[in-house]
Design a protein around this ligand. Structure first.
Ligand SMILES: Nc1ncnc2c1ncn2[C@@H]1O[C@H](COP(=O)(O)OP(=O)(O)O)[C@@H](O)[C@H]1O
Ligand SMILES: [Mg+2]
Length: 381
């Protein structure tokens, strides 16, 4: 029996990864181009459901194909400590004390790790020596790739440690006098919500991240969504005609998670009729289910994550739908000053909930958010 090819599940690789080949190629070239290639430090940003986690998996696969080691982490408390554990697993634990006495430990900023207090500097030294020890075991030109998901949630201490460590490891390699081609490398790929760069970061971390090659994961091209629908559906033993596939693709707005939802539910609708042909009715039924799931997984958290002021701003945009809203009208509707609306307009654009729609106008930037808000509004009345 054929199974549903679509995968509307967070972090699950889709049947066809749409529209991301250029990023994959850039990263591969970064690994191939030897020490100092900028793509070895990459920052992927995008809202929930744009495919950050699956891109980390894809880039991790590239690293493994090139003979690199892979350390995958999610930025929760104790990340660097876990990295050290992973790197030293199976080999005697490396500590900062193993390094020469010339390397001082500097100011002690205390950081609590379980029951023991380590200084940030001390832990950075331990991480650095754990990486260096591991690199020694690898063939020339290879290295370790760290993939770090949810980097917006990383502690400032962990990010500072990483920034410090990476620079030191790169310098340590230069000190070996090996050619850039033969030096052992380190690659870091971060995935984060767009708010990462807006949050309070210290200078060291900011400088480090600004140097990263940043790739913003946005909507994928509709034509490619259509082609992916046709290919995935055909491979699974069902059929869809081109016009319907295009129509279905348009309703996803190129939002990767929505692509999987629409594909999954229209396939399922045809399956429950025991049909091999996906018809217009399957698409309509599938879209209804897809929108409900999308509202739960994307629209609800996007709205609930806003402050009350931001929420009142977006609710005041509803009377203008489906057109753009004039910022001056919003000020009037919420009885607030021009400076109040300017402030919240900017914060909502940063959060990628709304976008500019020409001078003095804004519109929603998340598909189906309007429909969701209208439903919420009705519930409240
Ligand atoms: N480029 C893509 N093409 C098709 N589907 C994708 C793509 N990227 C992600 N997806 C799908 O979108 C959903 C969300 O992906 P995920 O990586 O969890 O997003 P994020 O980490 O940004 O929240 C998953 O169901 C995944 O299969
Ligand atoms: Mg994710």
């Amino acid at each position: 029996m054929a199974i549903n090819p679509f995968k509307p599940t967070a972090g699950k690789l889709p049947p066809i990864l749409i529209g991301r080949q250029a990023i994959i190629d850039d990263f591969r070239h970064g690994l191939l181009n030897g020490a100092g290639a900028p793509e070895r430090l990459m920052l992927l940003t995008g809202q929930r459901g744009y495919g950050k986690t699956v891109m980390l998996t894809e880039l991790g696969k590239v690293a493994l194909q090139q003979g690199w080691e892979l350390v995958s982490e999610t930025a929760t408390a104790g990340m660097c400590e876990r990295m050290i554990e992973t790197l030293t697993a199976g080999s005697p634990r490396v500590t900062g004390a193993d390094l020469g006495p010339s390397i001082g430990i500097g100011n002690i900023a205390s950081l609590s790790l379980g029951h023991v207090d380590f200084s940030i500097e001390q832990q950075a030294l331990t991480l650095r020596s754990a990486i260096n020890e591991r690199l020694k075991k690898l063939p020339p030109g290879r290295g370790i790739c760290f993939s770090i998901d949810e980097a917006q949630a990383a502690s400032l201490e962990d990010m500072t440690m990483l920034a410090t460590t990476v620079q030191h490891v790169i310098r340590d390699q230069d000190l070996t006098n090996a050619s850039d081609k033969d030096q052992k490398g380190i690659a870091l790929v971060f995935a984060a919500l767009p708010s990462l760069m807006d949050d309070l970061l210290n200078d060291k971390v900011l400088t480090f991240l600004r140097r990263a090659v940043q790739r913003k994961l946005g909507p994928v091209p509709i034509v490619e969504v259509k082609n992916a629908f046709i290919t995935s559906i055909t491979h699974s033993g069902k059929q869809i005609d081109t016009t319907l596939a295009l129509h279905a693709a348009q309703e996803t707005f190129g939002y990767p998670y929505m692509v999987q939802l629409v594909g999954y539910y229209m396939w399922q609708a045809a399956e429950s009729r025991r049909s091999q042909q996906i018809e217009e009715t399957d698409f309509k039924e599938g879209l209804r289910d897809a929108v409900l799931a999308f509202e739960d997984a994307v629209c609800a958290p996007a709205f609930k994550g806003l402050t009350l002021a931001q929420q009142s701003f977006v609710m005041a945009m509803l009377p203008d739908q489906p057109h753009a809203s004039k910022v001056a009208d919003i000020a009037e509707r919420v009885h607030k000053s021009q400076s109040w609306v300017s402030k919240y307009r900017a914060s909502l654009i940063d959060a990628r909930v709304i976008e500019s729609a020409g001078y003095g106008h804004v519109r929603f930037a998340v598909p189906y958010l309007v429909e969701y808000l209208i439903k919420q509004d009705k519930h409240e009345c």
